[in-house]
Design a protein around this ligand. Structure first.
Ligand code: HEM
Length: 453
């Protein structure tokens, strides 16, 4: 294909490393925002040897994620590193392999099936409330980030794998998750392979952390096989699946990769968004009161059921709005497989593109007062009018997050059930800083005051 040689502008960066330090810094998202403000909706910069194109217009991102998706693949260096943790799964696979995996798992994430999981979600959230009730007074401050991680992890394991982790396993995951994320992030941003092969303590620890997660996942699979039980859950569906051509089931490695992906993708993202939400509600008591009013009207003091989900519409809007301002996946990369044109620009084969839910979700041409936390903006009229690719917390096109309905239902029940009984307050003068890695979350522990109503 011949395309016009019109190159977008962008920051020059430093010799050799280009703009690596700008992107890798804790202010990396602000830097990306300043680049798109200065150079427009398509800009170009260099990270070490690779050219990167930042695409920040919903029309152009739609092209990349829909009819041109095969030209913008997950064959990036970042996904190669992620593959060393998740393996070849629905998240990392490409082409026909991905299509088969997606077709296999998709029915399980249908809204009707997710509704059947509501009761287990609700029971798990209720267990957390009971535990909080014993802490209240004795331990007035809780680490909300840690609490949300443990909760969403337990929800995923109970709903999709029909089992519970031991307290020790939950502790292990809680302890190793952040260093694992940091290690993976470093390996992507500073691709100096030999550094990670050196027998340094942190490299050994990184490998051990993956092995630790492996042990937990393989333990779940082994336990299921030994039990002889066949609950109607995602794990069983994966175990019962047969390849269309060979008729063979997934082997242990394939099963491990899919289960690991759901285990990881299915909890940290939701936990991050929930943690941002508690912080933000504490800073916007008027919006917290509006959610509380809805919760009182719909539920009073009773435990919800799946049928309550559609009635908690303002609560859902609050979650959508936090996903807009604090998207847990802030940046999405793709590799350019063949020369192409995006908008007016030539994009060469072998380069990478980036687009950012964080930037698109606050693009001033598509959002009024983009920095204001305003759940009311998600009324149905607005949602009908809004460009679907201007709001991308779950990505878009055929590879849109498979767990989006699951996450929204879970979050609505967490918000409603916590606010029925508790108030979480950030101590005055507390500054919560963001941690921008592969995911976007508050930096360090977020200690909030737990008050029983
Ligand atoms: C608020 C919570 C969540 C957010 C913000 C989120 C975000 C995302 C995003 C942005 C992608 C697309 C990545 C890309 O295109 O490169 C994605 C994919 C994916 N997510 Fe989520 N996710 C969330 C919750 C979940 C849950 C609860 C599950 C499973 C239970 C899940 C499983 C997956 C899987 C398997 C994929 C890969 C889909 C494919 O490529 O076909 N996610 N997620």
């Amino acid at each position: 294909m011949t395309v016009k040689n019109n190159t977008p502008q962008g920051p020059k960066g430093y010799p050799y490393i280009g703009n690596l330090l700008n992107l890798a810094s804790s202010q990396g998202l602000d830097w990306l925002q300043s680049v798109s403000e200065k150079y427009g909706d398509v800009s170009k910069f260099r990270i070490i040897k690779r050219n990167m194109y930042l695409i920040n217009h919903p029309d152009l991102v739609k092209e990349v994620l829909t009819h041109k998706m095969h030209n913008y693949s997950k064959r990036t260096y970042g996904f190669k590193i992620i593959r060393t943790v998740l393996g070849e799964s629905i998240f990392t696979a490409m082409g026909d392999t991905w299509k088969r995996k997606r077709r296999l798992a998709q029915p399980y994430f249908h809204k009707k099936i997710i509704a059947n999981l509501a009761q287990t979600m609700i029971d798990t959230i209720d267990d957390m409330r009971k535990e909080w009730a014993t802490k209240e007074g004795k331990q007035p401050y809780i680490d909300v980030g840690d609490a949300m991680m443990r909760l969403t992890l337990t929800v995923v394991v109970r709903t999709l794998f029909s089992t519970s982790l031991t307290a020790k396993e939950v502790q292990t995951v809680a302890d190793i998750f952040t260093p694992l994320l940091k290690g993976t992030n470093n390996r992507i941003l500073y691709p100096i392979k030999f550094l990670y092969d050196l027998p340094l303590k942190r490299n050994i620890r990184y490998k051990e952390n993956i092995e630790e997660l492996d042990r937990i996942i393989l333990g779940i699979i082994k336990k299921r096989r030994a039990s002889g039980e066949k609950p109607m859950d995602l794990l069983q569906m994966l175990m019962d699946a047969r390849d269309e051509e060979s008729g063979l089931p997934l082997n242990d490695q394939e099963l491990r990769d899919e289960a690991m992906t759901i285990f990881i993708a299915g909890h940290e993202t939701t936990a991050n968004a929930m943690t941002w939400l508690w912080v933000t509600l504490s800073q916007h008591p008027e919006i917290r009161s509006k959610i509380e009013e809805e919760v009182t009207e719909v539920l009073g003091a009773r435990i919800p059921t799946a049928a309550d989900f559609p009635k908690l519409s303002y609560t859902l809007k609050a979650f959508k709005e936090i996903l807009r301002l604090c998207p847990p996946v802030p940046v999405i990369p793709r590799r350019v497989e063949q020369d192409d044109r995006i908008g007016d620009y030539f994009i060469e084969r072998g380069s990478s593109i980036l687009f950012s839910p964080y930037l698109l979700n606050r693009h001033p041409d598509f959002w009024d007062s983009p920095e204001t936390f305003n759940p009311g903006r998600f009324d149905s009229n607005f949602q009908r009018r809004q460009h679907p690719f201007a709001y991308l917390p779950f990505g878009g096109g055929p590879r849109i997050c498979i767990g989006n309905n699951f996450a929204m239902m879970e979050a609505v029940f967490i918000i409603a059930m916590v606010l029925q009984q508790f108030q979480l307050d950030l101590p005055p003068q507390t500054k919560v800083r963001p941690w921008f890695k592969l995911t976007y979350r508050p930096k360090g522990p977020v200690k909030m005051k737990l008050v029983k109503k």
